[in-house]
Ligand binder design. Structure first.
Ligand code: ZN
Length: 472
């Protein structure tokens, strides 16, 4: 028997980019990006404004050899139809300023297209009913080596829908869990890019040498705004967390030292303390979420914690040496030029799921050995535009899993779409051609279209509209 998995989720993020600078042998710490904004606690204590730190993505001047581009898992041409979360991107007009006071120039149309594509890709990976608002600035940054930066969004705690009490969630994640917009105004994240840098604006992943793939960088920064960052800091050797509120960020709650002790366990590490500061520069910090670990061969996930604290890089990235060369490289602290990374990889997606990003539309269905596909009863779908995408991972060890992805925009946007209410009674036959590839790496895919005129109260029928076999 085979399994189909529905996957949906959604997102928000924040970041900073900087060129890799040589580390001064005498400095105890390094810092990139604008001066951090001071977090402000609301009068009721449940909102922390300007709480999301600026996180940096730097240029990798010594990248691992023989890296291959990582394509998006979706057909970019159909992405708008697959969105499970939407982004509202405001490009600051020429002469305006960003959150930190930098003057913005006209955002190039080509760069907008790249930015939009990255947002749309996240919108197909994650799920939220609340549009994610980004303020984007294109600026002639005077600071040398800075590719760009982002941050500045709010964090919320103790809202309806929060999985954990007294725990901070970035606004994008909080909104996704809450089901409506918790913020009264403003943006979920602010992102500024350096107009002086040599960017590649294409979304095809064919980034030439010497250029930085903007879409990859936007994907990275959006991930930070989706809560891929925490509150732990090292200030002149003293470690602390919680932005003086006493409450951790959801990201912090999974972080352990090499001995398996929680970094936010004040019985182990006082807050603040030099001991915590040492832990944060121990090169021995690990994310212990179950789903991220499952995506990492069952192993804890190493987090970037170099011996010199690097503000904007340390703690809020995957470990460079561990992940720089593989499918999870998007969230290491540095990016190579001439290379594209258009998928976050399973570990990062696992981290998001561990932190609570809704996974409401993950459904399972089965494919039996006579290739009868059972699709959930979709009789309550009211639109004829529904269609589905199906991926059959075929190899000689039949049966194999199936990925079945709802692509109807309206259905996907509705967070109440309940997989649990679906049934697997709607038998219908799909002829899947017997395409065998000897190496077992071939994917066979089928596009299906819903024909409401053929539906009954009990069953929904799908007709194969097109199909094909694609060799990896
Ligand atoms: Zn980053």
């Amino acid at each position: 028997m085979n399994n189909k998995l529905f996957k949906f989720s959604y997102t928000i993020v924040i970041f900073v980019l900087a060129l890799l600078l040589s580390i001064s042998a005498v400095s105890a710490a390094e810092s990139f990006g604008p001066k951090p904004l001071e977090p402000q606690l609301s009068s009721d204590g449940n909102t922390l404004y300007n709480a999301i730190p600026a996180v940096v993505l730097r240029m990798d001047m010594n990248p691992p050899p023989d890296q291959e581009r990582i394509p998006a898992r979706f057909d970019m041409l159909t992405l708008p139809e697959t969105a499970t979360a939407t982004f509202s991107i405001t490009y600051v007009a020429n002469g305006g300023t960003d959150l930190w006071g930098k003057t913005c120039a006209t955002f190039p149309e080509e760069a907008k297209a790249s930015f939009n594509a990255a947002a749309a890709l996240w919108g197909s990976l994650l799920q939220s009913s609340v549009p994610i608002a980004i303020n984007a600035c294109w600026s002639n940054l005077s600071e040398s080596g800075i590719l760009g930066y982002s941050g500045g969004g709010a964090r919320f705690r103790n809202f309806t829908g929060a999985p954990l009490t007294n725990t901070w969630y970035s606004v994008s994640l909080a909104n996704a869990l809450h089901g409506s917009d918790l913020k009264s105004s403003g943006f979920d994240m602010h992102i500024t890019y350096n107009s002086n840098f040599t960017w590649y604006y294409g979304t095809d992943g064919l980034t030439p040498k010497g250029k930085v793939d903007l879409m990859s960088v936007v994907l990275h920064e959006i991930a930070h705004g989706l809560n891929f960052s925490g509150s732990l800091l090292n200030s002149n050797g003293t470690g602390s967390w919680g932005n003086s509120t006493g409450y951790p960020n959801i990201y912090d709650t999974f972080m352990k030292d090499g001995a398996g002790k929680l970094l936010i366990d004040t019985g182990v590490y006082a807050n603040p303390s030099a001991a915590l500061g040492r832990a944060l520069t121990s090169n021995n910090i690990w994310f212990h979420g179950a789903k991220a670990m499952a995506a990492n061969s069952g192993q804890r996930v190493k987090v970037y914690a170099p011996s010199t604290w690097s503000s904007g890089s340390s703690y809020s990235h995957l470990d460079y040496d561990t992940f720089k060369g593989g499918e999870n490289r998007l969230m290491v602290y540095a990016i190579s030029s001439g290379l594209s990374t258009h998928d976050p990889g399973p570990v990062t997606l696992g981290i998001f799921k561990d932190m609570g990003w809704p996974d409401a539309v993950e459904c399972k269905a089965t494919l039996n050995e006579s290739l009868l596909l059972h699709i959930p009863n979709l009789s309550y779908i009211e639109t004829s535009s529904f269609w589905a995408d199906l991926v059959y991972e075929f190899n000689l060890n039949y049966p194999k899993s199936i990925l079945f992805r709802l692509k109807n925009y309206n259905i996907i946007k509705n967070p109440s779409f309940p997989c649990a209410a679906s049934t697997l009674s709607a038998d219908f036959k799909i002829h899947i051609p017997d395409v065998l590839f000897p190496d077992g790496t071939t994917h066979l895919w089928v596009d299906l279209e819903y024909y409401p005129s053929l539906s009954t109260a009990e069953n929904s029928y799908f007709v194969v509209k097109q199909f094909g076999a694609v060799s990896d």
